[in-house]
Every structure is written in C-alpha cells, then in structure tokens.
Ligand binder design. Structure first.
Ligand SMILES: [Zn+2]
Length: 124
C-alpha cells in the first residue's frame, strides 16, 4: 500500500536533494524532507534544511492518477529515469514550494479542501 506513495516520496526526496538551502547553501537531505500527508494523488511534504534547521516550506505534489481526470499518466513504479524526468517537469519547483508555503500559512485545519487539483485539465 505504501509502495505507490513511497516511490513517489522517494522521487520527491531525490528532487529536493538536488536543491540547495538558500540560507546556508547546503543541499537538502532526506532527513530534512518529511512526508506530512498522503492524499489520493497528492503528497504533502515539508522540506527543511537539516544543516541549519531553516524550513523551506511545504510542497504539494501531485502523484498521478486520482479520482477524477488526470492529465498525465505517471507510472506507479518510478524508475531512475522517471525520477530524472520528474525533476525536469514542472510538477514541483522551488518557487512552487515557496508559494505553497505561503498558501499553507493562511489555512486552517481544513486546508485539505483547498488543495489544488493537480489533475485539473481543460479537456476533461
Ligand atoms: Zn540550511
């Protein structure tokens, strides 16, 4: 059950490990990347710097098929190549994380209803 999400979470970790803390310029490590929540088709992760302890923010990451239409059909088993593809796609970006952080900061406990529908596409 956790295999599907676990694979994507690992991809997210690998994605952020290619990024660098904007405060201390050290790369993020897997210890600084925490899985906050799993929703169908969405992972919510909190990213922080394990070196200087400063938080980067919260990222909402679409993981593929979910209830409703999905634009892209991501394979459930993320391979190394998929991870690289994942990193090159605008699924999540540094700016998105910062935006998500701002987004989250103004939400209450019922934030999940405000989750952006990552699978949204114009041509249902
Ligand atoms: Zn840092």
């Amino acid at each position: 059950m956790g295999k599907f999400y676990g694979g994507n979470f690992q991809a997210i970790q690998e994605y952020f490990q290619q990024k660098f803390c904007r405060f201390c310029s050290n790369p993020f490590t897997s210890e600084g990347i925490e899985l906050l929540r799993e929703e169908p088709g969405i992972l919510v992760v909190r990213v922080g710097c394990s070196v200087c302890g400063r938080p980067l923010g919260v990222a909402i990451v679409g993981t593929g098929p979910k209830t409703g239409q999905t634009k892209q059909k991501s394979p459930f088993d993320w391979s190394k190549r998929d991870n690289e593809k994942f990193a090159n796609q605008p699924a999540i970006t540094y700016d998105d994380v910062l935006a998500a952080h701002e987004f989250f900061s103004g939400l209450g406990p019922d934030w999940s209803k405000h989750l952006p529908r990552t699978g949204r596409s114009t041509g249902s």
